[in-house]
Each structure stands twice: as C-alpha cells, then as structure tokens.
Design a protein around this ligand. Structure first.
Ligand SMILES: Cc1cc2nc3c(=O)[nH]c(=O)nc-3n(C[C@H](O)[C@H](O)[C@H](O)COP(=O)(O)OP(=O)(O)OC[C@H]3O[C@@H](n4cnc5c(N)ncnc54)[C@H](O)[C@@H]3O)c2cc1C
Length: 413
C-alpha cells in the first residue's frame, strides 16, 4: 500500500452483486468515497431463479432504477402458481389491485439486472475495479483495516479504509477470513438452474410457478417465465437432505423436465445452456454481520428466505442499511464493533420475524398431507386464494400461515 492510498477511501465494498452495488451507490450518493472490488467483469452471470420480488422493487424505487428495470429485457410477473405433490394447482395474484402502476415483481436475467445496479454505482461516483479478486483482509489486531487483492494483471495489491463491507456472496472470502462458519448443511440449500426457450403452458399474466413435488420436498421445482419466450427452470433442496439421500440434482432436474407430469410442457422446448448450480445460505441462521472495521451484507451474511429462496431483496435491504450505518460511522468517526453492531440490530429488527416465518414455513413442507389439502382447498376457494394474495402484500397477514387455527379453518371451511 502506497502512502498516497492512505485515507483515500471511506469504505471498501467487496462484491458488486445487488447487496454490494446498493450499499456502494447509496454511500457515494451521500458523499462518501467508495471503492467497489469485483472479481468478474460486467455483464456477468449469477446463478439464480431471476425472480425480482416486491421487496427488491421497493429498493429499486428508492434507487430510482425501477424504470430502467422495466425497460430492460425483463417481464412483469403478476402472481404465482403453486402445485401440490398430488398435482392440484392454485394460481394466486401477488396483488388484489389489478394493473396498479408499480409492478409487483419482475423476472429479469441477472446478467441484465445486476448490470443496471452496477451502472448505477458507476454513475454515482463509486470507483469500481473489475477483474479484481479480494484474497484476504488487512488487520490491526482485531480490527479490519483493508483488503489484499489480486489485480487484473495478477499483481498482489492492498488498499485500506476504516470499514470493509463484505458483499461477496455465498462463498464469501471476507466472512471466511473473519473465521465465520461457512456451511451449516441444515441452513444451506443447493440450487441448480437451466435456461430454456419455448416451454409451454404459462399463465397469461406471467405467473412464476412453484411446484412442490415428492422428489424435491421440502424444497421445490420452479418454472419462471422470462422475456422473449424464455424460461428459468430449476430446483433447490436442503444440503443436509441431498447428502442424506445421496441426491444428484442435475439428474433430478432432467427427470422433472423429461419424465414427470411437467414433461409435456418441455416437448418443444430447447435448452439454451448447461445446467449450473450454486449455494443458498439461509437466513434461518444469519451470520454475525458486524465487527471492528467490517460489515457483511446479503448472502455473505446468510440472509436468504428459508422458504422461498429469495435473497436479492434481503441483499438490497441490508446493503441499504449498511450504507446508512457507514454514513453515521463516518460522521461519528467510530468504526468499532460496538457502534457497527447497530447495523446488525437494524437488519435483524426488520428481517428477523420474516426469516423465522420462512423457517417455520419450510418445516411445514415436511407435512405433505397438509400441503396437498391446503393447495386443493385453495384451488377451489376464491376467498382462500384472495386471503393468500393479501399475504404476499402484508407481513402481518402472512404470519397467519404458521397458525394452526388458519389450517383448521381452511380444512373445515
Ligand atoms: C439456484 C438459485 C436460485 C435463486 N433464485 C432466486 C430468485 O429467484 N430470487 C431471489 O431473490 N433470490 C434468488 N436466489 C438468491 C440470490 O441469487 C442471492 O440471494 C443474491 O444474489 C445475493 O446477492 P448478493 O449481492 O449478496 O451476492 P451475489 O449476487 O452473489 O454477488 C456477490 C458478488 O461478489 C463477487 N465476489 C465474490 N467473491 C469475490 C472476491 N473474492 N473478490 C471480489 N468479488 C467477489 C461475485 O463475483 C459477485 O458479483 C437464488 C440463488 C440460487 C443459487
């Protein structure tokens, strides 16, 4: 590190996914000097279902990026179709307000979506370094004071800043270097994704599809419609179960598209690229998120919804909060663990009950008979499907999903 580097940055952000770009953009917009380090070069892929939920839409709005996302190669999705192991199906709108001005959700390939966020960081004055892989942390005692990295021409360099934000995803180098446990198989899902063209049978309003099938429970098989006749198809399962049952995910996905009750929908479909897999660290066990001179956001902090597998929204929300706390830390000149732990309290204050609900919902998936009954009933009852629709929009309504009373009323209605 040369002396000219000293005091050059207020914050280092490692990883330019949704969490890192949100944090970096907001910090730069509030006048902080930020460097964003990314090991890939944009546009880059991220293995994902590509479903951008209402929570992400809220942050996109705050960032002023909603219009850009609408104009990108994305589609608006207005609801979700669920199917039970027995084969019943129910289609539920995300909102009871049809054609409201703000779309309830999108499906947008991450090559496109992440580039919108990355461009916003660049436009906001963040100094970005692509093809730059962070390899370790610099420390002064317990305090993180910067990072070491390998540059595009393979040189080892280091930079310092009073705070480093690890937004480097499921296999976070920052959290590994901090000695934070990486993989707890009971709180970790392995997911695989494939892109197709010409899958048939989608809902006319681009509903995403979540299928609870015997072979994948307590995970699910998804088929999400995409722009230009494309589809994102995949499945995710708890790692502990994959290991216990010795499941080969790619073979299972082949089975779903070629030999299951969904096979007819893939009759004229063309697979566009090889199937790829990636990890999902679940928010049923979030990692420590802050310490002396460091913070973690998004997947690096293990914040994925344990039931739905959604992590983009929580990455963006935690990125937003990280930016707020770094701004405060800069004005207070306090980057200590005791100050920055306010960030962790803030994130968990917003997400904890939601993540707990997700974990309880994930457990309910072990009760196959209940799942069969609930989906069968909901498919016959417009009142029930309307009630579930309210749950997409309202967290307090969603809490009812883990109340025994809700199921008793449903089953005996
Ligand atoms: C199969 C699958 C399906 C999913 N489907 C959905 C879905 O439909 N909807 C949803 O909301 N969520 C979904 N998720 C979860 C979602 O993909 C993640 O939660 C989200 O990408 C987290 O964002 P992030 O910014 O924390 O990390 P990431 O998006 O992983 O970004 C991390 C960034 O850090 C960079 N990086 C990593 N290491 C280094 C390093 N050492 N140095 C520099 N840069 C580094 C990476 O290149 C990357 O750009 C899915 C996940 C999987 C695996």
């Amino acid at each position: 590190m040369g002396n000219d580097q000293k005091d050059r940055y207020d914050a280092i952000v490692v990883g330019a996914g949704p969490g890192g770009c949100t944090a970096a953009t907001l910090m730069a917009r509030s006048g902080l000097r930020v460097v964003l380090l990314e090991k890939e070069r944009f546009p880059r892929d991220k293995i994902c279902g590509d479903a951008i939920s209402g929570k992400s839409v809220g942050v996109l709005k705050e960032l002023g990026l909603l219009e850009k996302t609408e104009q990108a190669e994305s589609i608006v999705s207005w609801g979700a179709t669920f199917s039970s192991p027995r084969g019943d199906e129910v289609s539920i709108p995300f909102t009871n307000v049809l054609d409201r001005p703000t779309p309830p959700g999108f499906v947008c390939a991450r090559t496109e979506f992440d580039e919108i966020l990355f461009d916003a960081a660049v436009d906001s004055g963040v100094e970005v370094r692509q093809d730059t892989r962070v390899t370790g942390l610099l420390r002064n005692g317990q305090t993180v004071i910067g990072v070491s990295m390998s540059t595009p021409d393979n040189r080892e360099e280091s930079i310092d800043a009073p705070v480093t934000i690890g937004a480097d995803g499921a296999y976070s180098v920052v959290s590994r270097e901090l000695g934070i446990n990486q993989l707890d198989e009971r709180h970790y899902v392995a997911g695989i994704r494939a892109y197709y063209r010409n899958v048939s049978g989608f809902h006319e309003r681009n509903y995403i599809e979540i299928h609870f099938v015997d072979e994948v429970l307590p995970g699910y098989f998804w088929i999400f419609p995409m722009a230009n006749g494309g589809a994102n198809v995949g499945l995710g399962m708890l790692s502990s179960l994959i290991k216990k049952k010795n499941i080969r995910l790619k073979e299972l996905l082949e089975h779903m598209t070629k030999r299951s009750r969904f096979a007819h929908r893939f009759e004229h479909a063309e697979k566009l690229a090889p199937t790829k897999g990636w990890g999902l660290p679940l928010g049923s066990r979030p990692r420590p998120m802050a310490g002396d001179g460091w913070m973690l956001v998004g997947d690096a902090a293990s914040l994925i919804d344990p039931f739905t597998g959604e992590g983009i929204g929580n990455a963006m929300v935690s990125g937003m909060k990280a930016a707020e706390w770094v701004s405060r830390a800069v004005s207070e000149r306090d980057f200590s663990k005791s100050f920055l732990s306010g960030y962790q309290d803030d994130v968990l204050g917003q997400l904890k009950s939601e993540l707990r609900l997700g974990q309880n919902m994930q457990r309910l998936l072990n009760w196959k008979w209940l799942l069969n009954q609930v989906i069968a009933k909901a498919s016959r009852s417009p009142d029930m499907s309307r009630a579930i629709s309210y749950m997409f929009e309202d967290m307090s309504e969603r809490e009812k999903l883990v109340s025994p009373l809700f199921y008793l009323r449903l089953l005996f209605a």
